[in-house]
Design a protein around this ligand. Structure first.
Ligand code: SF4
Length: 140
């Protein structure tokens, strides 16, 4: 789906007859692990650019998602990555902004290595709904 203000107002029928919408936002392509099976670690992988979305860009995306109508159509936002989501320094603020603007289910996918008690508390306080961890990734 393209994010275009003029396309933000649509009816349920426009989207798969009552199916809800979910979004995956890829925050960063940086990772602190190098799992041998990871497609993103292939030599010259286009995914390992080391880039990440800045906070303003994420806010802009969230604004556009929040303009979609009806509101209940938005079922979930998952923060995933071609890298490690917790490496994004603004993650707690991003979760908070998502809860404030969208109010849907908010998920975070992580390899778990940076999920300290302090970070967990920040994410919970920000209103994260679910944190998914990959244990396979954590031993490489
Ligand atoms: S933790 Fe995930 S993104 Fe990072 S190298 Fe392993 S599989 Fe790839």
């Amino acid at each position: 789906m393209r994010f275009n203000e003029s396309e933000a107002d649509f009816s349920v029928e426009d989207y798969y007859m009552n199916e809800k919408l979910g979004f995956q936002i890829d925050l960063t392509s940086r990772c602190n692990l190098k799992c041998p099976f990871c497609v993103y670690n292939k030599e010259k992988s286009i995914y390992r650019s080391g880039r990440q979305l800045d906070f303003d860009t994420v806010k802009n995306i969230l604004n556009q998602i929040s303009n979609l109508k009806p509101k209940w159509l938005i079922e979930h936002i998952w923060y995933v990555g071609t890298g490690e989501t917790l490496l994004h320094k603004n993650l707690p603020e991003i979760i908070m902004e998502t809860a404030k603007k969208i109010g849907s289910f908010i998920g975070v996918v992580t390899n778990g290595t940076l999920l300290t008690k302090k970070m967990s508390e920040k994410l919970i306080k920000a209103d994260v709904t679910e944190i998914d961890m990959s244990y396979v990734g954590s031993y490489s």
